[in-house]
Write a protein that binds this ligand. Sequence first.
Ligand SMILES: C[S@@+](CC[C@H](N)C(=O)[O-])C[C@H]1O[C@@H](n2cnc3c(N)ncnc32)[C@H](O)[C@@H]1O
Length: 376
Amino acid sequence: MPYELTQEQRDKYRATSIRSQQRKQALQNRKSVKHESPLRGDRLDPADLMPLLPQNGLSCMSLFSGGGGLDLGFERAGYDHRTSFELLDICGETFRLNRPDWDVRAGSAAGDVTKVKFSSFRSVDVVHGGPPCQPFSVAGKQAGAQDPRNMWGEFVRCIQQVRPRAFIAENVVGLLDKKFDSFVQHVIVDPLQGQYTIFKFKLAAHDFGVPQARRRVFFVGFRAARDAARWVEPAPTHGDDGTLFGPLLPRNTARASLGLPSIGYDDVAPTLRSGFTGPRNTTGILNSKASLKVWNDLRIWPNGVQRTHELAVAYPPENGHFRLSVEDCALLQGFPADWKFSGAVYQVIGQIGNSVCPPVAYAVARQVAKALGAVE
Ligand SMILES: C[S@@+](CC[C@H](N)C(=O)[O-])C[C@H]1O[C@@H](n2cnc3c(N)ncnc32)[C@H](O)[C@@H]1O
């Protein structure tokens, strides 16, 4: 769907963009000026939030694989990843960069799930995926089933053809709005009724150590009643208060996780913009006007993300706040530093913002493996 701008807004954006390009050029020409990195070096390593588990004997495949958030979480939880399907070539490149030995089907010919017959994947234990969320996002028009990007029917068709022991689907919480009750019932629940016991629940990324406020809804389905009976939702690992089971780890906040010096204030980052929406080719992660205040309080600049930290440091924003690099955005989303993204900065930001935070995917994957009796 085209992003709608008035001529006035277009002119304003163009003027800002020209001004910022000129400033960047001027700063880059001042080669003699040495810009000092504010980073202290002790950054969060998101890999610590999801210790690599031994193989659990379960195989899995993914649909709508994007930049690999769900796939990575499942892999680290001990699953044998079989195949990923993704429409965008650039996401396929990301997978090839990180997991050259995986079977990745990307692009409009091989990766478009609408063209795939899934019956040959019958031996796969678990299917997971995050169907495009734009049709249900409050940031969009919430056209639901009328939106051509709605792919839930395809996800359900895949489950009917593969008949996995369990499935997991992730989406924006907007899908739980009353106005989508009938959609959820008719498109997701009814076609799988009698074959799967389905649970739906919300998770917040910051409850699992990710330094970002990000809530998402999950649907988990089990074919066997015995497995469904063993299902327990993932419990938070991080938070400000303890639980019945004991104290939680302290919440990870944005500045501390990035390794920035203390300014006497810190908090989790606002939700990063879900990629590929908003102004085309943007390199900003700002999700809403309201979140700008939090970014300001954090003294982090959510626009003009740079490819590397060195470039970000060499191009400080006018207000002196910390400019983010793509590695910083990946960290704020819970990706370990060794997971690389392919593409131009706006495409990388898109893949990051669209992804399931890997530590959240890991928490769900672990609970599913327990319910399936694969691990204690
Ligand atoms: C919300 S993102 C998924 C993010 C992913 N689960 C992760 O954790 O990184 C949805 C993805 O579905 C892809 N997609 C949309 N239509 C598709 C189709 N017909 N076939 C395959 N993938 C599609 C989009 O390109 C996008 O990358």
